[in-house]
Design a protein around this ligand. Sequence first.
Ligand code: COA
Length: 713
Amino acid sequence: MTNESDVPSSDLEALFRPSAIAVIGASANSAKIGHILVHHILHSGYDGAVYPINPKEDEILGLDVYENVADTPTAVDVAIIAVPARFVVDVVEECGEAGVKFLIIVTSGFGEVGDLSTERRIVETAHQYGTRVLGPNIFGIYSAAANLNATFGPAEIIPGNIGLISQSGALGIALMGKTVTEGLGLSAIISVGNKSDLSEVELLDHLTTDDATKSILIYMEGTKDGHRLAETVTKIEERKPIVIIKSGRSAVGAKAAASHTGSLAGSDRVFDSAFRQIGMLRADGINEAFNWMRAFSTQPLPEGENVVIITNGGGVGVMAADACERHHLMLLDDTQRLEKIFRDSVPEFGSTRNPVDITGQADSDAYARALDAALSEERIHAVIGLYCETATVDAESLTAGIAEIVSEYDGVKPVVFSMIGGEKAAQMMGLLNDRSIPAYSSPEEAVSSLGALYQHWRYKRESDLGITIEDGPSFDMETIEAVIHRARAEERVQLLETEAKEVLTAAGLTMPQSRLAHSLVESVEAAESIGYPVVMKVVSPDIVHKTESGGVKLNLLDEQEVVDAYRSIMATCRERFPAAHIVGVTVNEMVNVQKGMETIVGGLTDPAFGPVVMFGLGGIYVEILKDVSFRVAPISQSKALKMVREIRSFPMLYGARGKKIKDIRAAAEAIYRVSYLMTRIDEIAELDINPLIVMKRGKGCKVLDARITLHTQ
Ligand code: COA
């Protein structure tokens, strides 16, 4: 890939609204991709110039054919390349010479099959001429703004307000097809394929500023550009809903790492946290994503928390209420107010409590009245309508009634429906969806879709999304750099515990008092000056797991115990590691762990997102329950506080089971500092503070043990 500075800057306007397109490899043979592309472009109503390029033909689909892209009568904005792989570099050169602005390279057979060098040549050649490359290995692009279907997917695409970006070709085409059967309209579809030059980051940037695009759906398999993605999404002023389907959830923790943080990271954990951090909505799969897109493309965002469920079936009402809890939706529970609002629409034997149950006997008028009451009430901010197919309700008149009332209050508040039953229910669902009223076949889907609207609404109000770019805390950088320099000079990637603590102290974290002793006499002197009880630990670059190696002695109460511990450590370590270079021991203040809570703060360089931080409680919480939170670094103090609150075991820090509330702010401060340490010192590959003892409120926290691993050079 070329350097960032070599990349020609260009906005993507001409890619989405080209005035002339060339199809290189256009064919008269209707089975070939080069033919289908020309056919779809013409069929979609694109009114710019279309130039088929083919050395042998004179005419394709009624258009004049040119031998070379240089021969076209007007300048070409976009050239779609569909010639075999071996010709592509030459064609790219010709396009560059002819001043083509964008290349859409459909051809496969480059990076995805291991030929990265040709792919690199393509991009380098294009960039020499200021040309940008989409692909290779893609199905093309659709742009509603230009009535342009330059894909070899379905010929018919419904224009609308959803922007779709797909990393996978085949799935992208399938998703495109599904939007048609689901009746969802698209503003754009872009297949990014091998992402040799343009990636989802630039495309996302374009779509978020494109007026025709209201929401965005991305299918992603992976990215090397996570940090840039996070920066781009965060800087977007108008936060449009961005729904992401990311495959690869199961590949968690595949890495055999030296630290807890590393082993827990597995990139999907990081992806998941990063998406939440930057306000992207991760759907569980294709169906959920489409359900959400249906809601985003038709409904306004809510303006308050009060949700009301209207149902003609008690059971589904309860199911929806359960789902509301899972999706963090708040059901209005002011019974008096509810009674007032729904008194006239709910029969005697129904319930005006939320879920409002108009009962199975209710007719379509009763349903419409209840809906009207909910939509007209200011203190209700969103409505979930449930309908169980019964013989008492005429499906057609109910659908018409719902559509009329919803259109009367159009855009005032979000409404979602679920029609449960057989053929009649399915028919009603179709009719509502045709009228841009989102209707689903189960209450859970309706609630999940409203939940997505709420999640986005909350993201929009959140002022602290994304990666923090404030100045951050001040560090003693000289000390940190000196420690790293020393380790490098000795060709070590693993810092000694003393060095790791030196780095963390320089970054403003608090250690228990500690002194390095090279002899028995020095050990006793150190213990006397710190005060008993003390902890003694071996210092050796060759002994990583100190406790398991007999290199740690705790709770030493007097001089004699210090003497015995020193002798025991030296004897055991020398016996187990005869070749180890033993520098001496550290004598440390014994922190009363019982009075504090063991936590772990980690940092690592993620391959996609760069520096990230992790927090969790120590022991079983991290090792067995994997109860940790992640963020892309650096983060603010308030975001670090959220990270602390986010773990499931947070109540343990908050004084559960009669224990004193812990110094949560101090823990957040430590995470915040580690996040900046990871960002500023890019030599650090992994960092583990395990444990960080968080004392009771006001007493701070102390680093008991720490490990820092540098990148191998
Ligand atoms: N300039 C212009 N036209 C050229 C050319 C050049 N330099 N070199 C060849 N052509 C023409 C050919 O003559 C042919 O036209 P014809 O039918 O009139 O003979 C046309 O380009 C296509 O070439 P052909 O050799 O027939 O290839 P093809 O159509 O079988 O396959 C690709 C070409 C690009 C479709 C194929 O190589 C490929 O990569 N397929 C996979 C595409 C894919 O799946 N992409 C990812 C989707 S997600």
